[in-house]
Design a protein around this ligand. Sequence first.
Ligand SMILES: Nc1ncnc2c1ncn2[C@@H]1O[C@H](COP(=O)(O)OP(=O)(O)OP(=O)(O)O)[C@@H](O)[C@H]1O
Length: 338
Amino acid sequence: MMSRDSKDLLVDVDNLKAYYVTRLYGINRIVKAVDNVSFEIYKNEILGIAGESGCGKSTLLKVLLRIIKPPLFVYDGSVNYFLQDKEYINIISLGEEEIKSLRWKLMSYIPQGSMNVLNPVRKIKNTFRDFIKEHFKEEFEEVNINKLIKEHLESLGLPSEVLDLYPHQLSGGMKQRVTIALSTLFKPKIIFADEPTTALDVIVQRGVLQLLKKIQREEKNTIVIVSHDMGIHAYVSQRIAIMYAGKIIEIADKREIYTNPLHPYTKYLINSLPRIGDKSYKASIPGTPPSLANPPMGCRFHERCPEAQNVCREQEPLLEDVGNNHKVACHFVKGGKL
Ligand SMILES: Nc1ncnc2c1ncn2[C@@H]1O[C@H](COP(=O)(O)OP(=O)(O)OP(=O)(O)O)[C@@H](O)[C@H]1O
């Protein structure tokens, strides 16, 4: 078990509320995609964020990256990035120009589909050049740009021949590696990856995840990886936060999550993982996640929970520390047992 110190803190998310507000036929509809979320992200770790589709994972990433555009609004809370010692900035209150100066250097982003990043009609080297010129034109002289790109690709173990190719000439896995190279060009302290391998087959997935692990090991930076796939988290994440219906309901080191899951929802997620030689019946989670426009009172999981009692229908459980760097939001977990 890794012990955590405040000096290792990189991002402190406190009481965050981020809602989509849309208006249809004159009626406001509020989707509480991230609702009162608090957690910490540390230096030198790979944090996984898991949960079913629609539980708010991508919205949380958008806010952590300060990509907040209507209909998404932040209603409350702070996202403090610790720069040096005790100095920190709340990115929610920064202006657009200040955020621009931090993006790709302090925080960077690997999006879901590499095709959204790589321009299909530009050679890879030109995509890199465009990127550098757009974001950092004053900082690099023309002669140094090619050297910077080549050296970076080599450090990631990618062949520099890809620079002369167009995206359609690369395999899916190579395209995603090139996207990762682009996102890490300026050695960001924290990289957010949103389902970075969803479109790839399993063997190719592994290669891309290995590249992310290598970057983290060598740079000692932080990677936050969002995926609905608990198999991916088992392979790559060191600590895992489980989201359900706009909330973090459990967070712990990977080993704890897989060997001692405490929230009934996490137990379902873990039990649904196939294991070699295990022929037992895998129960799927009954029901569907609640609407985030009209979430249920009390615990948001109570309608699907086999353990639910009256208190679960009436009172919302808080995310509480149960020891071992393990926090869980369930009325029936006290001292680590349900
Ligand atoms: N632009 C939008 N306008 C209104 N509601 C939105 C918008 N984008 C997302 N939502 C809603 O916010 C909630 C959280 O969505 P989000 O994409 O963050 O979840 P997710 O866990 O990342 O799911 P997925 O893996 O499917 O992307 C969902 O109910 C979704 O329908």
